[in-house]
Ligand binder design. Structure first.
Ligand SMILES: [Zn+2]
Length: 128
């Protein structure tokens, strides 16, 4: 976890060479900036990284966010039709990250999500 956090903070610092010259440009200093421009950019990216590490972690791991896998083209595991395929991986009270992947065509996927909703799961679903 601490390694991921440090990598994330480092990734944020990669934007400093882009951000500092733009801040310099908008503050009327030379495009290469002053030490204050660079110090401010680095500190801002440090603060941003510390905040958005948790925000991004919530977005990408929270069960309140649905995770879908999509295949451009393939064979539906339910009806055998060749089509674009979807697979619901993660939703509130629904976690198939460790299950064998089953991809469904649009019609079968809609039937499956309707069935899950009847069972009480709160699934928003793909926008079909
Ligand atoms: Zn199907």
């Amino acid at each position: 976890m601490i390694r991921r956090f440090l990598l994330y903070i480092g990734r944020w610092q990669l934007s400093s060479p882009i951000l500092a010259p733009i801040v310099a440009l908008f503050t009327g200093t030379p495009i290469w900036g002053t030490w204050q421009t660079w110090a401010g950019t680095i500190v801002a990216n440090l603060i941003g990284g510390c905040i958005f590490f948790w925000v991004d972690r919530f977005i990408f791991t929270s069960a309140s966010v649905e995770m879908w896998h999509v295949k451009e083209n393939g064979i539906c595991d339910k009806c055998g039709k060749e089509a674009s395929l979807w697979r619901l991986v993660l939703a509130p009270n629904y976690d198939k990250r460790q299950s064998e992947p089953k991809f469904l065509c649009m019609e079968c996927s809609k039937l499956k999500t309707d069935e899950l909703r009847r069972k009480g799961l709160k699934i928003r679903g793909k926008s079909y």
